[in-house]
Design a protein around this ligand. Structure first.
Ligand code: HEM
Length: 110
């Protein structure tokens, strides 16, 4: 799911260039984000990653429109890989994060 999602992100005209400007090592990014979602959805940590989600996105200057688009792409990908009940649970978690990130986006000077 995570690998396919970032493959879709790389092909996406809006998000692709935004990620390309920051992510140099895609396998490392995917490994970190796989662990992130695994732990977010209740799995035990299996690697010593540290996350600074708000800071990372504030530094990128994410915009509300980009967050909505990210979530739509994520939802499509979830439904391509998972039964609808599992897709809905994972999506709810991503949407909650999207709401927090939107607050950062509104606060940004752009
Ligand atoms: C609800 C929407 C989103 C969620 C749940 C999400 C989640 C995450 C998480 C958990 C990380 C890891 C942060 C860390 O390493 O501390 C991350 C990194 C990243 N996100 Fe997002 N993200 C979202 C939207 C976006 C958008 C809209 C963009 C671009 C416009 C974006 C660009 C990035 C980039 C480039 C990184 C890598 C940052 C780095 O390695 O320094 N994200 N995201």
């Amino acid at each position: 799911m995570v690998q396919d999602f970032y493959a879709r992100v790389r092909r996406d005209p809006l998000l692709g260039p935004r990620f390309a400007a920051v992510v140099e090592d895609w396998p490392a990014h995917e490994a970190k984000l796989t662990h992130f979602w695994w732990v977010s959805l209740g799995g035990p940590a299996y690697a010593p990653y540290r996350y600074r989600v708000a800071d990372a996105h504030a530094a990128i200057g994410v915009r509300g429109e980009e967050i909505r688009h990210w979530l739509a792409l994520f939802e499509d990908c979830l439904h391509a890989h998972l039964p609808s009940d599992l897709a809905a649970q994972w999506l709810a978690r991503a949407q909650a994060m999207g709401r927090s990130l939107s607050l950062i986006a509104e606060r940004a000077p752009c």
